[in-house]
Design a protein around this ligand. Structure first.
Ligand code: LLP
Length: 415
């Protein structure tokens, strides 16, 4: 858990000052106990349904985090061959993996068929045809679920809303029945399920339940057509608290899902990402400079938009707190910004912080879509990652070196 102990912010009892001394900054720090707690919250809420909880790897794909979830019994939702490689390297059995995404390449399909994944969440007619051909060529059968777009409004940020008609995702609800029939006629496919994912950071579960209701209508129509599905995948999307949001109650959501699945022979699959990792991690950074202006003050820190892109990209809010609480120090209102040459390089704006130059800050709720969305912009080496487990901090990703950053180009220089 992440809390203050003796005026110092600590992760599972380990002071972040100690982690900064040992591993340097910027650095992502995760709590294993928080990861386990979030997973167990799902497992116990949905216990009666014995679901396959597939962690959405895009939220945090560090191998040690994937290994942690695999050991808890999680499955995984992947969107690329790269994510499949990660999940297998982390020790997950392939048959707990579902493969989402609108643009699967032939090579990715081959890789997933050879590995023997649980199913492909297929998003278009042309993808079905390609998958059928690839499976035929390999002498395999591809397990298929169709991602249906239920056309419900997730009421979240437009960039992370995916279930509306004009999104690129999924097969239109009105067309889905016909596409299932076409899929059933393809020789190398096994039709096993149906799925949807309507958006992310939802604070109200009603749209999720509405989407499930729509899928159930379709499931019944398909049964009339002789297509009997084995599973329904309700996607991910549950929001977390970044500031004052009230995250949905998982148990209440589970109860509504259970009510709808009662009496049906349908296995439940789900794909949570953010809600399993978001509040299990912080981005630890040091104030390089305090820059006091006439109208505005800045805390220039050693983390930047390349490390945590969410504020720049979505104007997302992340809490930012001093690692050491200093009594008697007056708070200053600052924009917390990075060293990158862009005005959008900020982690937080107008924050009242009692800090001095050289102090450590923790950017909160950074466990999801933080490290995974990082880049090398401005030739900045990506941050280290540390997992605290049973009171012991462990490096789970080395800080990149400049040699590594140059390696793919240096040997290609002209003589
Ligand atoms: N399943 C599918 C098919 C998805 O596309 C996603 C997320 C998830 C599951 C997991 O959703 P979650 O439980 O994490 O809401 N970069 C954005 C979020 C993009 C989400 C994309 N899809 C952010 O930083 O807010």
């Amino acid at each position: 858990m992440i809390d203050y102990q003796n005026h110092t912010l600590a992760v599972d009892g380990v002071p972040l000052t100690q982690i900064a001394d040992t591993f340097g900054t910027p650095c992502y720090v995760y709590s294993a106990a928080a990861l386990t707690g979030a997973f167990e919250a799902y497992r116990s809420a949905f216990a009666g349904l014995d679901p396959l909880i597939c962690f959405a790897v895009k939220a945090n794909s560090n191998l040690s985090i994937l290994q942690h979830f695999a050991r808890l019994g999680a499955g995984f939702d992947i969107v690329s061959g790269g994510e499949l490689a990660r999940v297998l390297a982390a020790g997950s059995p392939a048959d707990k993996v579902v493969f989402s995404g609108v643009g699967k390449s032939e090579a990715e399909m081959e890789m997933a068929l050879q590995a023997g994944i649980h199913c492909f969440n297929v998003e278009s007619v042309n993808e079905l045809a390609r998958l059928n051909a690839v499976a035929g060529r390999l002498g395999k059968r591809a397990p298929v679920s169709l991602r249906v777009n239920p056309d419900v409004d997730a009421k979240t940020h437009p960039y992370i809303s995916t279930g509306l008609k004009d999104n690129k995702f999924g097969i239109a609800f009105d067309e889905a029945r016909a596409v299932y029939k076409a899929a059933a006629s393809l020789e190398h496919l096994d039709i096993v399920g149906i799925d949807c994912h309507i958006g992310s950071q939802l604070t109200d579960v009603s749209p999720l339940v509405d989407a499930l209701d729509r899928l159930l209508v379709l499931i019944d129509q398909l049964a009339e057509d002789g297509i009997v599905l084995e599973h329904v995948d309700i996607g991910g999307g549950l929001g977390i608290r970044y500031t004052d949001e009230t995250p949905p109650d998982i148990a209440a959501y589970a109860a509504r899902v259970a009510e709808r699945l009662a009496g049906r022979q349908l296995k439940l699959v789900m794909e949570p990402g953010r809600s399993l990792v978001g509040n299990a991690g912080v981005l630890l950074t040091r104030v390089e400079y305090l820059k006091l202006g006439q109208d505005k003050h800045f805390a220039i820190v050693d983390a930047a938009m390349n490390d945590l892109m969410r504020p720049s990209l979505y104007d997302a809010y992340h809490g930012i707190v001093p690692v050491t609480q200093k009594d008697g120090l007056a708070a200053l209102t600052v924009d917390v910004v990075g060293p990158i040459c862009e005005s959008s390089d900020f982690l937080g704006k107008n924050r009242a912080l009692a800090i001095e130059q050289g102090d450590l800050l923790a950017v909160l709720s950074a466990g999801a879509y933080g490290s995974t969305m990082s880049s090398n912009y401005n030739t900045r080496a990506r941050a280290a990652e540390v997992l605290v487990e049973d009171g012991q901090p462990r490096l789970i990703r080395r800080r990149e070196t400049l040699d590594e950053l140059l390696a793919n180009e240096r040997e290609l220089l002209k003589d």
